[in-house]
Write a protein that binds this ligand. Sequence first.
Ligand SMILES: Cc1cc2nc3c(=O)[nH]c(=O)nc-3n(C[C@H](O)[C@H](O)[C@H](O)COP(=O)(O)O)c2cc1C
Length: 140
Amino acid sequence: MATLNIVYYTGTGNTEEIAKYIGEGAEKAGATVKLINVEEANESTVDADFIAFGSPAVGAEEIAPEMVEFFEGIKDKIVGKTVGLFGSYDWGQGGWMDTWHEEIINEGLSVVNDGLIIHLAVDDDEKIEKCKEYGRAIVG
Ligand SMILES: Cc1cc2nc3c(=O)[nH]c(=O)nc-3n(C[C@H](O)[C@H](O)[C@H](O)COP(=O)(O)O)c2cc1C
């Protein structure tokens, strides 16, 4: 069975919620899913068939420093993979995801469907379905 590890940073829980729904979608599609807070992640966190990374927009359209640091430590292990990227934002227009996407591509990786961005919390059916669909796409 395919495995998906989802590693995320969250400040107030919104990106964690996205991670959970992505996980549900991937499980429905038959994958075995692990959710890992980046603060508890280590090198073995990326030992899975599929990997997804989540970070909200922080700073001024930036990826959480915790996630940047984690990624630097494991990037050599995942060269050539196609990964999921997702996160929550508020007042911006998703600039942090564009930057993140570009950085990931420069590292020799590909991104499933250009990433998934959700405004604040996953608080309606449309957002829930988007997250689940992204989970299916990551393991599809
Ligand atoms: C310190 C800080 C910086 C932020 N910077 C941005 C930003 O640059 N652009 C944006 O759209 N939202 C920004 N936000 C809003 C968060 O991305 C938004 O609240 C998000 O839902 C937080 O996700 P989380 O609950 O997973 O931490 C910022 C929030 C905080 C607390």
